[in-house]
Design a protein. Structure first.
Length: 435
């Protein structure tokens, strides 16, 4: 067997960012150098690390560290650029520079791909060994490659998943301990699962960016973050968690991407919001900071991907997997998979998507109120699945679970209920996902 290290070809790598993930990438490149050489067919050489504050990275050789990322990615001797710095700028221009001069790119930047995917994919498709981004969605879980390549000959109908570890930890804690959202968030922050400013996670922005990437790949259609309907978990109450338990459900923040058949053809729906999920569903048992994604395809059937969705070492594992692939392409002169957006399916407005609702109402406890409430649903063509009532003096609580209906009709029903004299308060409204 020939020795790859003696082939005369070295793949030269530039790293952008050296934080939690970047430092683990450097460690793995160093510790596993011999094995990576064997897998690639040539040695991988780290030739530069761009950081904002070079003086704070004394753990790295001084000759590798630079504060000039633009100069690093423009170097003609750099074969692959690995970007783990995050953010939209300057990451966008740095990756475009690398791609336009024919370098391979590995990125973990879901926000960038969700916001500027078309521009970046176009640059990647022009040539070079490819653009890879397994680490951008669900950390170490192999998901992008299966959707992009393994299922390329199949027809994916739905992808539904828990793609944010922070929110899953919070909701799991609320479910297991009965704690409030505020208490669970404080615990997540103490343990390092939540950032000092958790907005991107708890308000669903992180999950929405990932949903845009998943929908784009699964349905061969360009979907950006603005196309994704988004609700976070900051409004989820302990009472809603308890209500879900009463009907055999748990509450999860899901990214739901679907191919929908409409009267005029097909469309794509991508949305992120809390749901009541039956405890018998495979995703219901995913607790803590773990992620899981459930894929439904025409020929392959139902597939489940599960594992740690964040963290330095798990994310670095996904980055290194992509780096090995793009380095192999570099050695043999191959190209990575090109963007597949041929379907050009329209985005389905949320109002036309069908959902099932769980609605809790405080109403006057008198004759005829239930009939009035039921008529409100009937007026908008919404069928009721179950009704539970508990009386408390002159008041009563009605808990109604609907059958599936158009979001627009369900939303209008809730609006009309809130204006009824007999309804004192709409306590909560949450979507339900059935088996």
């Amino acid at each position: 067997m020939s020795d790859p290290a003696k082939s005369g070809r070295t793949v030269r790598v530039a790293l952008l960012g050296c934080g939690v993930v970047g430092s683990q990438v450097v460690r793995l490149l160093t510790e596993n150098a011999a094995e990576l050489t064997a897998r690639v067919g040539a040695p991988l050489e780290l030739v530069g690390v761009a950081v904002r504050h070079p003086d704070r990275h004394r753990e790295l050789p001084a000759d590798l560290v630079t504060g000039d990322a633009a100069a690093l990615v423009a170097r003609e001797d750099v074969d692959v650029v690995v970007e783990v710095m995050g953010g939209l700028d300057p990451a966008r221009e740095l990756l475009l520079t690398a791609l336009r001069r024919g370098a391979g790119v590995v990125t973990a930047n879901k926000a960038l791909l969700a916001a500027h995917g078309p521009e970046i994919f176009t640059a990647a498709d022009a040539g070079g060994p490819g653009l890879y981004f397994e680490a951008a969605v669900a950390g170490a879980i192999p998901l992008i490659r299966p959707i992009r390549e393994s299922l390329a000959g199949d027809r994916v109908s739905r992808v539904m998943g828990i793609v944010n570890g922070t929110t899953n930890f919070i909701l799991s804690a609320m479910d297991s301990t009965g704690s409030t959202y505020e208490a669970a968030l404080a615990e997540a922050t103490r343990l390092g699962y939540a950032e000092a400013d958790p907005t991107a996670d708890v308000e669903g922005f992180d999950a929405a960016a990932k949903a845009a990437i998943i929908a784009s790949l699964a349905f061969h259609t360009r979907v950006n973050a603005d196309d994704v309907y988004r609700e976070g978990i900051s409004g989820v109450s302990a009472a809603e968690i308890a209500a879900a338990r009463e009907i055999g459900c748990t509450v999860k923040l899901l990214a739901i991407c679907e191919r929908i058949t409409t009267p005029t053809g097909e469309a794509v729906s991508a949305r992120v919001h809390p749901v009541m999920l039956p405890r018998t569903h495979p995703l219901a048992g995913v607790d803590g900071a773990y992620n899981a994604v459930y894929v439904e395809a025409e020929a392959a059937g139902q597939l489940m991907f599960y594992g740690p969705g964040a963290g330095g070492a798990p994310t670095a594992s996904a980055v290194l997997g992509d780096l090995v692939t793009v380095a192999r392409n570099t050695v043999v002169g191959a190209r990575g998979p090109r963007e597949s957006a041929y379907a050009e399916l329209p985005n389905q407005p949320l109002g036309e998507v069908t959902s099932q609702y769980h609605i809790s109402l405080d109403v006057q406890d008198r004759a005829g109120v239930l009939a009035q409430v039921a008529q409100c649903f009937a007026d908008l063509g919404i069928s009721i699945s179950t009704v539970r009532q508990a009386g408390t003096g002159n008041d009563a609580t009605l808990v109604i679970v609907t059958h599936c209906g158009p979001e627009a009709a369900l939303t209008e029903t809730v609006r009309r209920l809130s204006g009824m004299d007999a309804v004192r308060k709409v306590n909560s409204v949450m979507r339900v996902v059935s088996e």
